[in-house]
Ligand binder design. Sequence first.
Ligand SMILES: Nc1ncnc2c1ncn2[C@@H]1O[C@H](COP(=O)(O)OP(=O)(O)OP(=O)(O)O)[C@@H](O)[C@H]1O
Length: 575
Amino acid sequence: MYKFIRFIQPYWFAAILGPLFMLLEVCMDLLQPKLMASIVNQGVTAGNLRHIADTGALMLAVAVVGLIGGVGCTVYSTIASQSFGADLRQELFQKVQSLSIRSLDRFDSGSVVTRLTGDVVQLQNLVLVVRRMFARQLFQFAGSLVMAFIISPRLSLLLLAMIPLLVLFLYVTTRLTVPLYGRVQEKLDQLNTMMQENLAGIRVVKAFVRSRHEEQRYGDSNSNFLKASLKAAKLVAINTPVMSLILNFSVVGALWYGGVLSREGVLPVGDLAAFLTYITQLLFATLGMGNQLMTLSRAKASADRINDVLVVPADHVGEAASGKTPAAAIEKLEFRHVSFSYDGNPEHAVLREINFTALRGQTVGIIGVNGSGKSTLVSLIPRFYDVTQGQILLDSCNINDLQPEVLHQKVGMVLQQSLLFSGTILDNIRYGKPEAGLEEVEAAAKLAQAHDFIIGLPDGYQTLLGQRGVNLSGGQKQRISIARTLMLKPQCIILDDCTSAVDLNTDLRIRQSLQNVMKDSICLIIGQRIASIQHADVILVLEEGRITARGSHQELLHSSPLYREIATSQQGAQP
Ligand SMILES: Nc1ncnc2c1ncn2[C@@H]1O[C@H](COP(=O)(O)OP(=O)(O)OP(=O)(O)O)[C@@H](O)[C@H]1O
């Protein structure tokens, strides 16, 4: 947990001022019983009305100063804790952004969301609680003890006897609750992941009339979360009664002895009353600190989970080893003996011995059945993942040696799933080049055959898209994604089956308008439809991660049984 101290350091002023204000409030609170004792001993018992009025006024002034202390503590503690939380969230988000896709695959998206929200809030709570409640209780504990000692050291020693027992009890419960709260957060991860999946796939759920089933699944996960929470709560629930029991035993002992001392005339009645108030304060302060330890346990579990993300080592995907720069215009993309497995184990390779070359102006089509490795192959070019064996070269530069910005400038990819952000169509198209003007955006949209439907919308390029562009059809989203990539004028364009939702005529028009762009670029097209790739200069047929045939459309119709089979099955569907 000490690793998180650096997040509070920039706000050290507020972080220190909060407890100092609390000290002021507690000191004022501690004065009150002493002043009350003075009213009883020297005012009420002696019949001195003047003393009662003066001390009463003093008590009022003390209460006002205490109030200022309380407000000041709340304000500064809140500033410290909220700023701490905001910075931690920001750093965590930056870390998530900087992680390679391989590293991100380790975490469910729901789990990342819980860590960024719920877990950060737990730590933020701890910062607030330590500054306000814990500081109050600690000062109150120490102050009450001092005041009780001033009144009667003998009685106070009786109270102190319970401290070792309390410490032992709190140590054991804290050790037990940390893993329980860890499990509570894990169950919350599962709940969040399920909710995200459900929202993303709500159309599938409705189409298959599976709402009941989803409710059941969510219900199961929810009750697992409830069970984990209750298990932790049960342990916390015994905390307060057990502590009260230990404390009450010592209080009863102190009271009995106090009564004896008072009867013997050693302790005035007013002092006994003040002593009772102090030990009550001490009792509540101790109980409160015990409860804060539960906040600490919960925050410790969250801190471990946040730390799991912060300490993920950089695996250098996307980072340049030597920062080489390829020629301004790339002439050649080459895969040399490339093999790849998602878990780094060559035995689980999903791509094996991939060798091919694509020259500037050439289009390479890639076809194969589902799961044959097409998307994986192209995802190695922008280094979403690094090759396990072999090399990918742009001209003579290994892509691992290129600066990430240079690589991403050269390589543009339209993904299979077109994901748009909430905002305007204009902003979505110029996502990679925010400074681009409308003219440039329109030119890219025209190439992607998106311009006509965009200007047909009431707000044209200013149309606001809902989250993930839900108010557009699948084909329209794909065309906007294509325009977004074309905006960057990449020298190597990868189209990963990105026209699957576009009708055949629009697909043809997109390909025709892209021809102009492609003649100066290296272009890789993955297509399920023969029509999308048949005009490519060379087509690679991928089967179980290997290239089993290559050639032009005509050549493959003769040489590749799989290609022929796909072509025959699609005959009549081609424009
Ligand atoms: N993130 C991942 N982690 C582990 N394995 C993966 C991952 N993504 C894909 N795979 C596996 O890699 C293999 C190739 O998948 P890939 O998506 O490249 O196939 P594809 O030919 O593009 O399929 P499709 O035509 O369905 O898009 C499959 O066996 C798949 O299960």
